[in-house]
Design a protein. Structure first.
Length: 440
């Protein structure tokens, strides 16, 4: 019998290989990793209670390996095959993100692990966008784009074979996994040779910088990798010391005592030399680095409050803090008002017989018999994502129309429905309670 390895292992190897590749291709990313490591170490010294004692080792390991990346695809077929490629590594499409409302002609999902143990092992995620050709107004250019994209093959023949093997065997052997990682990585590599001539590139650029980025190259180069920090303000502040120019402001909620959702910032994309098919040299800016700080995953009520506060007009950072004053900022209130998801755990030896059921949860928490810890947000925020896109694409909008979300079209291209993020968090919370009260 063939011995198969776990998809978690393949994802772990892949994310590490990707990080090494990106460190070589974009040296500023290596510097960023260094700053993040230092800031995280300092933070943990000052806040030793950050992780529950029981999980400490796992959490520290997770923090070390944790990152996300992003790619932009051109066709439905590319997206459907990408779904199969990520499935080999246990990464499934979670959530639908519409960025067209912000003038970015893409919609997206995030491929990620969904099981608790898999997330703990390595939560590597890839924000994956699909270009929305329907939002290109110039019909002639749209047709040209379709033709150019139809000609390219972004996956190596060998990785396609290995994907078929994976489907047939329901997994890969260690040797196959190793080859898969090396072959899959090729799809995400940078190509300095464009697949269009300079005139075509210019006309794509005039439509939208993003369209030029997706269409002009042989593959969907990884455009950033993002380590997770425990103190994003510190990292933002330090970047200039290392000659890295950060984006002006941090996306997402303001600094708080209890971090919620996701805060992100990036450094500006590099200007890189490329060669067009007519041998003319040019420059392209696409690849950048980003950092993120993750906090409590919000329930639908919590998220609605976040979205509402985010929409209130504000200028500057102090206003942002004032705007979010209406959002409770201590764990117990957030929990009691059901604004966020929590993981419960029995810390005493056993439950007292007389209060061994769910209706005594609050008492058990007060008595310190059970503890509640925030469940960390694993997903993305469309408004923040649009901010990240824009800071790297330049603020010019180009000639694309504002679109509406079209989840059905996205899922059609993907070949399946996206998973609802809220139900995943709910399940984590429910499982933790079942383990305590139902012995499961
Ligand atoms: C993706 C931008 C979105 C994030 O962290 O929100 C993103 C892109 O620029 O392709 O990665
Ligand atoms: Ni990102």
């Amino acid at each position: 019998m063939t011995q198969l390895v776990s998809p978690d292992l393949i994802r772990d190897k892949f994310s590490k290989a990707m990080s090494l590749m990106y460190q070589q291709e974009v040296p500023q990313y290596r510097t960023l990793l260094h700053i993040v490591k230092e800031v995280n170490e300092r933070y943990l010294l000052a806040h030793p209670q950050t992780f529950a004692t029981l999980d400490k080792e796992q959490e520290l390991n997770r923090l070390d390996v944790e990152r996300h990346g992003a790619i932009r695809l051109g066709t439905a077929e590319e997206l459907a095959t990408m779904r199969r490629l990520f499935a080999v590594m246990g990464m499934l499409p979670v959530s639908y993100y519409d960025l067209s409302a912000a003038g970015v002609p893409v919609h997206a999902t995030a491929f990620r692990a969904v099981e608790e143990s898999s997330l703990q092992y390595n939560p590597f995620r890839v924000f994956t966008s699909l270009l929305r050709l329907d939002l290109i107004e110039d019909a002639k250019l749209r047709e040209q784009v379709e033709q150019i994209l139809a000609r390219r093959a972004i996956f190596t023949p060998r990785v396609l074979e290995l994907m078929a093997t994976n489907d047939k065997q329901q997994g890969l052997t260690a040797d196959q996994a190793e080859e898969f990682v090396a072959e899959a990585l090729k799809t995400f590599q940078w190509h300095s040779e464009a697949q269009v001539d300079v005139a075509t590139y210019q006309s794509l650029l005039e439509q939208h910088r993003l369209i030029a980025d997706v269409v002009s190259f042989k593959g969907p180069h990884i455009n950033h990798l993002t380590p997770r920090t425990l103190d994003i303000d510190s990292v933002q502040q330090r970047m200039p010391d290392y000659q890295i120019v950060p984006k002006e402001s941090i996306e997402g909620p303001p600094r708080r005592r209890v971090p919620i959702l996701l805060r992100q910032t990036s450094f500006k994309a590099l200007s890189e030399k490329i060669v067009f098919t007519d041998s003319i040299e040019g420059r392209h800016t696409a690849r950048f680095g980003e950092i993120e700080q993750r906090g409590l995953a919000l329930t639908p009520q919590g998220r609605a409050l976040y979205d509402q506060l985010l929409q209130q007009p504000a200028e500057g950072d102090s206003d942002a803090a004032a705007r979010f004053a209406a959002f409770p900022d201590d764990e117990e209130t957030l929990r009691q008002q059901k604004l966020g998801y929590f993981r419960y755990r029995l810390v005493a030896e056993r439950l007292p017989v007389e209060t061994a059921s769910r209706e005594h949860l609050n008492t058990l928490l007060q008595q310190g018999i059970i503890e509640a810890r925030p469940i960390i947000y694993e997903d993305f925020l469309p408004v923040s994502a649009a901010g990240i896109f824009q800071s790297n694409l330049g603020s010019e909008r180009g000639a694309v129309s504002k679109g509406n979300p079209n989840k059905a079209a996205f899922e059609q291209a993907l070949g399946r429905q996206v998973i609802d993020e809220f139900s995943l968090y709910q399940q984590l919370e429910d499982n933790s309670l079942a383990e305590i009260f139902d012995g499961r």
